[in-house]
Design a protein around this ligand. Structure first.
Ligand SMILES: Nc1ncnc2c1ncn2[C@@H]1O[C@H](COP(=O)(O)OP(=O)(O)OP(=O)(O)O)[C@@H](O)[C@H]1O
Length: 284
């Protein structure tokens, strides 16, 4: 669905590259996470993929279209929801969506249906300019689905939303993906990436450092630990053991045989810990 080969981009058209030799593929039906700290080159890459920035060097194919000679037909197949909501403030929520739907030559989704999906029903006649930041974000998110995209670009889809709304947005993303939509998700939120993505790319200083599934990364980089909480002489004791070292295995066995276990669970490395281990950088 996306193929990127040896992509470079320099805003000043010099040797100071914001994106350097980036190559990756996104398969049909996949949720692919682009994960990196601020200034890593995520938006630049996404800008090139969505035709907002001109391709300077490299080969990029998106939804079957070569980005070098961009076709307006490509926009019928893709949806984009970017962090900075750019809705028309003088138009109502419904007018925003109705206006946007006219830009496509494919069948579009009913505006009211989309507003309901993102919890903005009842707010359809309010001007977008009077919306809170979170409501504008949801309106932009709804708008990005209006053409039933095959490929959906999402930039920080849950940033700044309260937990209940963020959870609703995540459910919509999961549902759309189940229906076959391929998703390119840009974020520095490793929890979202871990929960949603089939594979993630770690990008730092314009370069991809690694691409893999969150599960493989945890198996490869995570320490194999188990945390045991047990009662000893009326006190609750919490201890962490390796599941590999014989000495620790014996300790776990001893605790199980002699004490009352309260809780016991394996500890996985988080994507953030792995990111720091691999790149030496924080996800900020
Ligand atoms: N319009 C621009 N002109 C010049 N330099 C730019 C421009 N936009 C971005 N840059 C630079 O390109 C580099 C990559 O920025 P980019 O916005 O792609 O990073 P990002 O990973 O999306 O960061 P964030 O998470 O903060 O959005 C940064 O060094 C940034 O300063």
């Amino acid at each position: 669905m996306i193929s990127v080969k040896n992509l470079y981009h320099s805003y000043n058209k010099d040797d100071n590259y914001s994106v350097k030799n980036v190559s990756f593929n996104v398969d049909k039906g996949e949720i692919f996470g682009f994960l990196g700290p601020s200034g890593a080159g995520k938006s630049t890459t996404q800008g090139i993929l969505t035709g907002l920035l001109q391709l300077q060097k490299g080969e990029v194919e998106v939804a079957g279209y070569d980005i070098k000679n961009i076709s307006s037909k490509m926009f019928n197949k893709i949806g984009m929801s970017f962090e900075q909501s750019n809705v028309y403030s003088k138009l109502t929520a419904k007018e925003n969506l109705d206006f946007y739907s006219k830009l496509f030559d494919v069948k579009t989704v009913d505006s009211m249906k989309l507003l309901k999906l993102v919890g903005l029903d009842g707010k359809e006649n309010i001007r977008a300019g009077d919306f809170s930041k979170g409501m504008k974000h949801r309106l932009t998110f709804a708008r990005s689905m209006i053409n039933n995209p095959e490929l959906w670009f999402l930039d920080e889809p849950t940033t700044g939303l309260d937990p209940a709304i963020a959870s609703n947005i995540k459910d919509i993303i999961k549902q759309k993906n189940k229906e076959g939509v391929t998703i390119f998700l840009t974020t520095h939120n490793m929890f979202i990436a871990d929960e949603l993505c089939d594979r993630v790319a770690f990008i730092v200083d314009g370069e991809i450092k690694l691409i893999d599934s969150p599960k493989n990364l945890k198996l490869q980089y995570g320490e194999k630990l188990v945390e045991v909480e047990y009662i000893k002489e009326k006190e609750i004791i919490t201890e962490t053991f390796s599941t590999i070292l014989d000495k620790d295995k014996n300790s776990i066995k001893n605790i199980i045989e002699n004490y009352q276990i309260q809780t016991m669970h394996t500890k996985e490395a988080t994507l953030e810990e792995i990111f720091i281990k691999v790149t030496g950088r924080e996800l900020k």
